[in-house]
Design a protein around this ligand. Sequence first.
Ligand code: SF4
Ligand code: F3S
Ligand code: FES
Length: 241
Amino acid sequence: MTASRTLTFHVFRHNPRDSGGEPGVREYQVEETPGMTLFIALTRIREEHDPGLSFDFVCRAGVCGSCAMLINGRPGLACRTLTSELPGTISLFPLPGFELIADLSVNTGKWMRAMSERLQAWVHLGSEVNPNQIEAAMDPDLAEAVYELDRCIECGCCVAACGTALMRPDFVGAVGMNKLARFRLDPRDDRSDAEYYQLIGDDSGIFGCMSLLGCQDVCPKELSLQTQIAFMRRAMARQGL
Ligand code: SF4
Ligand code: F3S
Ligand code: FES
């Protein structure tokens, strides 16, 4: 049996609304316990050392996407990261690319909402639809393909890992392109390919992506983001859009 470790955490602390407060890093020591996740470690830090520490968690099961942060420099979900997978010194920083709320908490919701509005990320039913008509069953394979893209939890890891997204605040990121690919697949959405591609056919979309692949490397849902981006880029080139 391996001896338990004393973990050293270097945690970013800053509240932008705290006038006069400077950003900094605080060190905490925590005894590692079996099966410890970063959620458990951060809760212990808050309970035992620093009740003012801010971080976000809702589901603790990799479903809500709210606990994403930089873990030793790499975007990831704190609730799904075991301390046993990490070295004895662990740095935790907020996700870059998003508005800082405080410490490890960032406003991914504001970013995702702006991106979704820009891409009109909802099913466009068209004017012909009768609201009383029963919806036709979707082909199971197609439903499966839509579901696969719908597994995105909007955690923001792909945005934080993308050089383009960090340089261009209007870039929709892999999350945005994945979203549009999802609606394009959905047979209920009556938009044409030209309409979809018009929404992302510039440097804030498909043509801003430099194929850096960081998005796919860090996506906790292992979505094939690069495949979606490459497919749309090829389709647009084919159609001369
Ligand atoms: Fe997170 Fe992956 Fe969705 Fe990006 S595509 S927001 S990394 S789940
Ligand atoms: Fe960024 Fe992914 Fe493209 S990391 S540049 S969106 S391949
Ligand atoms: Fe919901 Fe981590 S707390 S994904």
